[in-house]
Design a protein. Structure first.
Length: 165
C-alpha cells in the first residue's frame, strides 16, 4: 500500500496540486489524504470506504481507476492472506466481548418486553370511551320529551273566544 500511496502522491505533486486543494476538491480531510499517500491503512475503519476514497482520488488525479483499484486489491489480498485463521477467530471473539461491554439504553435490544400489550390496552380504553360517548348521545336524542299540558291551567275557565265560521 505504501507504493500505491507514493504513486498517488507523486502524481498529485506532478499535477501541481497541493494537499489542501485536493482535500477541498474531494471533500475529504487533509489527514485522510495524508494517510492514503503514506499507506496507513489502519487509520481507516472500513476497507471498502478506503477503497472508494482511493478510487475517487485516482480519478481526480487523472489516473486509470481500475488499475489503481487492482493494485489496492492486490495489496489487500497479500495482506489478508497472511492473517492466520486463529488470529481471525481471536479478533472475532474480542469484538464480541467488546460489543457486550458497551451498551447504551438507545442501542440495547429489549428482549421479552412487548410493546403490543400497552397498545392493546390503550386501544381498548379508547374504544370503551367512544362507546360510552355514543351511548349518551343516542340516549339523549331518543329521550321522549315530557308533555306539558298547556291547557290544564285553563281548566274550569270559560273561553271568551268565539269562533265563527
Amino acid at each position: 500500500m505504501k507504493e500505491l500511496g507514493t504513486y498517488l502522491k507523486r502524481t498529485r505533486v506532478s499535477n501541481g496540486v497541493n494537499m489542501a486543494e485536493a482535500a477541498e476538491d474531494l471533500e475529504l480531510s487533509v489527514t485522510e489524504l495524508e494517510n492514503i499517500e503514506s499507506g496507513n491503512v489502519k487509520a481507516f475503519k472500513d476497507v471498502y470506504d478506503l477503497k472508494e476514497k482511493i478510487r475517487i482520488y485516482a480519478k481526480y488525479l487523472g489516473l486509470d481507476c481500475e488499475k489503481v483499484i487492482d493494485e489496492f486489491n492486490g495489496f489487500l489480498f497479500t495482506h489478508t492472506s497472511k492473517i492466520s485463521l486463529e488470529d481471525i477467530k481471536s479478533a472475532q471473539k474480542k469484538s464480541e466481548v467488546s460489543e457486550k461491554k458497551i451498551k447504551s439504553p438507545y442501542t440495547m435490544e429489549h428482549k421479552g418486553k412487548s410493546k403490543v400489550l400497552p397498545i392493546v390496552i390503550i386501544g381498548a380504553i379508547l374504544i370503551a370511551i367512544i362507546f360510552i360517548v355514543i351511548y349518551f348521545i343516542v340516549s339523549s336524542i331518543n329521550q321522549v320529551p315530557t308533555k306539558v299540558d298547556v291547557l290544564s291551567s285553563y281548566k274550569g275557565e270559560e273561553s271568551s273566544y268565539e269562533f265563527t265560521y
